[in-house]
Design a protein around this ligand. Structure first.
Ligand code: ZN
Length: 401
């Protein structure tokens, strides 16, 4: 009988043994296909080849699977159980695990043998323990202010003498400084992105590759470029003020390899661990500016004077800027404009009126501040006993009594 075999194993498995077996198979005219994905861990059921294996089983392309040991199939107990007990049986697939000496065709009992469930529970537990231990070690390093990432943040390189320390990369550092300066000068993040891409500045992933690092772009883009996410993340990253802020993202669990953001109060921050590229005052200003909602039209480079500052007094929603041929600019309640004509009223105001009113308000404040300091100095200069009457006479305008 011709039997097509699919072999699913890791490169470092008992290669000789497997090759010998394969030779025997080939001599008998058996087709086989080898699936490798040794870059992944056994916990990751999304493994590409693993998915192909499942799909080939489901479509009936294969009728035998050989693996090194059960842990390579999956480290999740429930999942292995489903695969062996249901899928393989249902699809009539012969299953061989070399390490546990399981062969569902020659020795069906070996599958239902206690070894299978126990090994699977052990693998599950092993993963959990390993993951816990690794986390403890990594957290300890983070709390010590040691850098634990694979690649230094853009603008820095890993110290060749200490892979947990950061040194400034002069070339990239200049770009970082430029980005902070552009943002403080009022450029929108999107405009900064355009500027960098238009001027052929290499984005962080390209730059890393140009430095000979084996860095692959997370999104798999053929020609990676600067993006608003990259720039925004840089503007928020305390690494640039010399602080080591780690643990900003975490993997959900050893089973679910989903990355989630950690709230800022839970970050592990150690101050002044390396040379800063930006001073703390600038960083704080940038942080405040980022909190403003400053969306602009795509071609708009500079922010408008009131971007992110105006709110409707009634509903609290941001006011939208509306321009008719740039001659007549006005602001309108965002709720009224885009959500509902009944939930709020138009509340529109001309930009010129608003500017005049703002200027007036600023002048009033300046005037008050000046007068107030004059009053304070007058009071301070006046003789102690008469101070009350001086205030009344000179500033409130009461007649002399
Ligand atoms: Zn409103």
């Amino acid at each position: 009988m011709r039997e097509s075999i699919l072999i699913y194993f890791f490169r470092f498995l008992f290669i000789d043994l497997t090759i010998n077996r394969l030779k025997i198979c080939l001599d008998k005219g058996v087709h086989f296909k080898e699936y490798k994905d040794d870059g992944f861990t056994g916990t990751d059921a999304d493994r590409d080849d693993f998915q192909r294996l499942l799909s080939d089983i489901c479509t009936g392309k294969i009728n035998c699977v050989i693996i090194k040991d059960l842990s390579r199939l999956s480290r999740d107990y429930v999942e292995v159980d489903i695969l062996i007990d249901r899928l393989f049986v249902q699809m009539n697939v012969r299953f061989i695990s070399l390490h546990e000496r399981i062969d569902s065709y020659n020795d069906p009992d070996s599958v239902s043998n206690m070894v299978v469930p126990i090994t699977n529970v052990m693998n599950d537990q092993y993963c959990y323990q390993t993951s816990k231990k690794i986390r403890q070690v990594v957290d300890y390093k983070k709390r010590n202010g040691e850098f634990i990432g694979s690649y230094a943040p853009y603008g820095y390189i890993k110290d060749p003498n200490d892979k947990h320390a950061l040194l400034v990369d002069r070339e990239a550092a200049e770009v970082v400084k430029q980005i902070f300066a552009m943002f403080l000068n009022g450029m929108a993040v999107r405009a900064i992105v355009n500027h960098l891409n238009d001027h052929g500045v290499m984005c962080p992933s390209l730059y890393k590759q140009s430095q000979g690092l084996k860095y692959s772009c997370p999104n798999g883009q053929a020609k990676p470029m600067w993006s608003t996410i990259t720039v925004t993340n840089m503007l928020k990253n305390p690494v640039y003020i010399g602080d080591m802020a780690q643990g900003r993202n975490r993997v959900k669990s050893y089973k679910i390899h989903k990355i989630e953001a950690v709230p800022e109060e839970d970050w592990i921050v150690v101050q002044n661990t390396h040379e800063p590229l930006v001073d703390r005052e600038t960083f704080e200003k940038v942080k405040q500016l980022l909190k403003r909602d400053t969306r602009t039209a795509p071609k708009q480079k500079q922010l408008y004077l009131f971007s992110g500052f105006l709110r409707c007094a009634d509903c609290g929603r941001a006011m939208s800027r509306i321009a008719s041929k740039e001659l007549y600019v006005y602001y309108q309640c965002g709720t009224y404009k885009s959500l509902s004509k009944k939930a709020c009223t138009m509340h529109s105001i001309k930009s010129t009126r608003l500017e005049a009113a703002t200027l007036y308000a600023i002048r009033q404040q300046v005037h008050l501040a000046v007068s107030y300091s004059a009053i304070v100095s007058q009071i301070n200069l006046a003789p102690l006993k008469k101070s009350q009457s001086v205030r009344l006479e000179r500033f409130v305008g009461f007649p002399n009594i």
